[in-house]
Design a protein around this ligand. Sequence first.
Ligand code: SF4
Length: 365
Amino acid sequence: MTPSSTSFDQLADRILAGGAASPEEALAVLRADDDELLPLVAAAGRLRREHFGKTVKVNYLVNLKSGLCPEDCHYCSQRLGSQADILTYTWLKTDEAVEQATAGLRGGATRICMVSSGRGPTDRDIERVAGMVGALKEEHPQVEVCACLGLLKDGQAERLREAGVDAYNHNINTAESHHDEIVTSHTYADRVDTVTKAKDAGLSPCSGLIAGLGETDEQLVEALFALKALDSDSIPVNFLMPFDGTPLEGTWELSPARCLKILAMARFVCPDREIRIAGGREMHLRSLQGLALHVANSIFLGDYLTSEGQAAEADLELIRDNGFVILGAPDGALDDGPEPVLAGVASHDPVKRRRGAGTDASPNA
Ligand code: SF4
């Protein structure tokens, strides 16, 4: 396929009629000329709107246990031997976890992702998380809970399901052909096995990838088709945040346009799946975050596991300003956000300038 605005639209037409993108077409999307970025977003946006309308799923991360992981995932600030200056702490208590999750729900999230570092949970850990989920659901019966606790052993997914967990996240992260370049302490097959266990137990499988790990274009396509084959309901697309003190320190391979093309490829390959812009959104998409929302249909609110995101209010503004509403919120309401009087008219008081000319403070330049 020669990538052009017409061919992206034709591809969208074919997918909307029940067809599927081929690996060659996915590769062409990834390699689209920057001049074709807007037609590409428009074509992918047609698929997004067909399946998700103007809704955005808002997810909130609670890092239940941070750092000190024995695994060696090269991209991870919590890995064995990481020198990254991150928060490290052991398991939150149940009331602390519920308090953190409640803050996310108050801020506009409808799905809480309960995450812990480590290779995988012990049965005691599973019971601990089961207790947290029970307490959270007692206070907030409507909340959707996704657990992300690492590699699962037999029976653990069933126990989580029984405790009220709705979904389980375990990212494949990269193509099978690239996996061993980025982690050696577990295998790609281990990761697939956990996604399969979760799905078999009735948990909604959530599995995604990290772009910018030194993979080739073909390997990104390979990873996306693997996620499609795994039948992942939600696909978080992370963009590598190269923490100092990790093996991938200084790895900067992504541009905002590249990130947009990756998201568009994900939409073409998995048109009806939740495509979530995950870690690295602000850092890599930068001023293209709004355009990305016309392709993806899900974001995290606020902060990530070990790094801060933009202000939660800015996330809600991003949704509102692009004409979207929060999935699952009453009437899509954006709680606590300023209500614009007229569409397109800013409703904030102007922040008074207190720097630059006429002051002793440095100018904003
Ligand atoms: S990604 Fe998970 S398993 Fe890998 S080092 Fe980080 S916390 Fe550990």
